[in-house]
Every structure is written in C-alpha cells, then in structure tokens.
Design a protein around this ligand. Structure first.
Ligand code: TXA
Ligand code: MG
Length: 309
C-alpha cells in the first residue's frame, strides 16, 4: 500500500502516525488533506535504521550520530539539513528535515519491509489530540486512511522530543520523554530551550493538542471550589485529577484519575482527554501537575490544550 502511494496509519511508541511514502509527493499530499493540515507544516520522516540518516540529511553532524546511537530506536526526532532530492512538501518548504527511528515492533517491521522513509505526522485532525490507540485513529480519520495497523496502546503516549541540530547550537523544539538533561549528557553541551526565530512547527502553535470541550488547568487547592461554582451555575464539569486527590463530588461528575508519575501520566493523558471529551461536559478541569523537569512534556501539552483557571 505504501508503494502504491496509499495512507497507512501505524503505531509507534509515542503516538499513532499517519504514514505515507516520504519520497512520493502525491502520497504525502494525501496526509495533509486527511489531517486538514496547512501545507507549510513539516512532517517527520521515520526510518528503520540510523544509517539511513545520510540518505535524507546533508552532512550529518557527529552530534546526530551520537544521539542516534544513544536514543534510537526511541522517542527522539532530529532536525537536520535536508538533501536536495527530498520532496519539499515533506519539509513544509523548509530546507531541513525531521528524522526518527521509532521504537515499536510494528513500525520497525513496516519500515524494514518497505525499505524507504515513511512520512508520518500524528494521526489526528490538525490541532486535535494525538491518538494513542488504533480506535482513536479510526474514529477521527477512518474514512481517509487506507489501512490502520493496530499495535495496541502506545507506551510513551506523548509525541517525541524534537531537537534541532541544523543550526550551530542544539535547540529543543518540543519536549518529550527524552529529557534535556539526557540530551545534554550525550552531547556534552547546553541545549537551548527557546528557538531564536520562529520555526514553522504545528506542535508549537498556542492552540494545539486541544479537546473539543474547553479545558482549564486548576491548582489542587482550587479544584473543589471550582467544581462547586460550576455546579451552582448549572454547568457539568469533567475532571482529570491525580490518583491521590480525593474530592467529594456528586456521581454525575465524570472523573478520570491519572498516576502522579510523569511516565504513567504521559501514557494515559491523551486517551483520558478523549474520554472526557465524549462525556458532554461543559468544561474539563485538569489538576495542575508539578513544575519540575520530569513533568516538562506533560506541562507543555497541557498548556496547549487548556487555559489557566
Ligand atoms: O512522536 C512523534 O513525533 C509522532 C510519531 C508519529 O512519530 N509524530 C508527530 O508528528 O508528532 P507531528 O507531525 O504531529 O509533529 C511533527 C513535528 C511538528 O510539529 C514540527 O514541530 C516538527 O515535527 N518538525 C518536523 N519537521 C521539522 C522541520 N524540518 N523543522 C522544524 N520542525 C519540524
Ligand atoms: Mg501532531
């Protein structure tokens, strides 16, 4: 199907991807159409082996080789200068390319059998929550995908860390499971946190990863008061709170508890938001996680999915 230019949704360890042959511009165009994604937003190309980097990227720096051997297969995307043959639609018009080797047996099997690069953004409509189950893809994109490979629930649950190596200093474009400290340890140099100039990157738009229901971040000591005030106004709130948080609420209020542990929270958060989105709530209240490095990916995604209470 990939060889025929069709769309194949595949599981990765982070989220499900909407895959197409990255060397085929008309196949890649189908991804943008299916997602409703603006053409200037670049796609990540997935590879089976780190040795394929040189086929897609110009002058692969040592830093990329070091990071690949430390973290691939794994949830890290590297932005490098792209080879001129790479279709410009893949890179959203930019002269760089995002590459990663995913750590999922189904994705790796597909990539090895196919042999080429698979361009795959997260398999959701533009601006919506990334899918962590095959059924999420079917619900959201079912009609426009030719095939969905069901690899079960994604183990990481939030999108890969993205590191830009195309300029002098490494720049973090999106936090993920591979932390800045881990990157710095391998690189033996500082990773810059904020891009100095605007990068066309959908994961960096203010409103992204959003559920349909308006969601608010709320500190633990504000939760009970907020719920009560919403109920008094005749509104139905839905809650996403930590397992340890105990609130005495009417049974009609939908509540999802998530682990007070970054990896467990990451794994479950998108699915939980989708579930709450289906509960006909007027709003979703999300308990604010701590502000430490381990919670960086979660806080990044929640800040894009919510407004502060
Ligand atoms: O974990 C992941 O990365 C998932 C799975 C499927 O691999 N993919 C994913 O793709 O999240 P997507 O399209 O939803 O997000 C891709 C992000 C964009 O938001 C953009 O920031 C970045 O990759 N990106 C890709 N190519 C880039 C480039 N040349 N320059 C800057 N950013 C780029
Ligand atoms: Mg996405």
């Amino acid at each position: 199907m990939l060889q025929q230019g069709k769309l194949v949704a595949m599981p990765t360890e982070t989220v499900y991807g909407l895959g197409a042959d990255a060397s085929n511009p008309s196949a890649v165009a189908k991804i943008f159409k299916a997602k409703g994604r603006p053409a200037d937003h670049p796609l990540i190309v997935h590879l089976a082996y780190a040795t394929q980097m040189k086929d897609w990227a110009e002058n692969v720096p040592d830093a990329a080789m070091q990071l690949a051997s430390a973290f691939w297969p794994g949830p890290l995307t590297l932005i490098l200068a792209k080879k001129s043959w790479v279709p410009v639609c893949v890179s959203g018009g930019q002269n760089t390319i995002g590459l990663r080797v995913p750590d999922h047996p189904v994705a790796l099997w597909l990539l090895r059998v196919f042999g080429g690069g698979i361009a795959a953004p997260s398999a959701n409509r533009f601006g919506r929550i990334s899918p962590t189950l095959a059924s999420h893809v079917a619900e959201e994109l079912g009609d426009s995908v030719d095939c969905i490979l069901d690899g079960g629930p994604c183990q990481v649950g939030v999108e890969s860390t993205i590191l830009d190596l195309s300029t002098g200093q490494p720049v973090l474009l999106r936090p993920g499971r591979i932390s800045v400290s881990e990157l710095e340890q391998v690189l033996q140099t500082k990773v810059q946190l904020k891009p100095q100039h605007a990068v066309r990157a959908p994961g960096m738009l203010a409103v992204h990863y959003a559920p349909h229901t308006l969601a608010y971040l709320c500190a633990n000591d504000q939760l009970a008061m907020q719920v009560e005030s919403q109920l008094q106004q005749g509104k139905k709130p839905g809650l996403l709170i930590f397992q340890e948080t105990i609130l005495d609420l009417p049974q009609t209020v939908p509540i999802i508890h998530l682990p007070f542990k970054p990896s467990g929270y990451e794994q479950a958060v998108y699915s939980a938001l989708r579930t709450l989105d289906k509960q006909q709530c007027d709003l979703i209240l999300i308990e604010q996680p701590p502000n430490s490095e381990a919670w960086h990916p979660v806080n990044d995604r929640l800040s894009k999915a919510t407004v502060q209470c």
